[in-house]
Design a protein around this ligand. Structure first.
Ligand SMILES: [Zn+2]
Length: 132
């Protein structure tokens, strides 16, 4: 049985998300964000059997949108798609979509040599409260 190591880095990220402002504080116009995620390792073929995830965010959700890398051995990686989602929110856009490549390292033995390169495809649909 292999479990993801609990690192200080993981704790810092959790803390950062936990301490981040709630959506209602920084973007009270946002009603809901539905984020659909597709994880795959390097190479397109992997997307044929991707891991799929979905997350629904509401006003009480964190304003940081960070997702762990799908590679359990990954070191210093992860997917922070906050900037893309915030661009959409700032323009009151209906969605943010794109691909994010993990820039962590493949595993502990390959730190400094091989990048992780796991990929995340995301589609975040943003719904707003009607302006009053
Ligand atoms: Zn990674």
């Amino acid at each position: 049985m292999r479990k993801r190591r609990k690192t200080t880095e993981d704790q810092l990220i959790r803390e950062r998300i936990h301490l981040s402002a709630r959506l209602s504080e920084v973007a009270p116009q946002v009603k809901r964000i539905e984020i659909n995620l597709q994880f795959a390792d390097d190479g397109d073929i992997a997307f044929q059997r991707p891991r799929l995830d979905a997350q629904i965010c509401g006003p009480q959700s964190a304003s940081v949108f960070y997702f762990k890398c799908d590679n359990r051995e990954c070191v210093h990686g992860g997917h922070d798609i906050s900037a893309a989602i915030w661009n959409a929110i700032n323009e009151r856009g209906p969605d943010a979509r794109g691909e994010h490549v993990c820039d962590g390292w493949q595993d502990r033995e390959r730190v400094g040599q091989y990048r992780c390169l796991c990929r995340l495809r995301y589609v975040a649909d943003v719904t707003y409260f009607d302006p009053t």
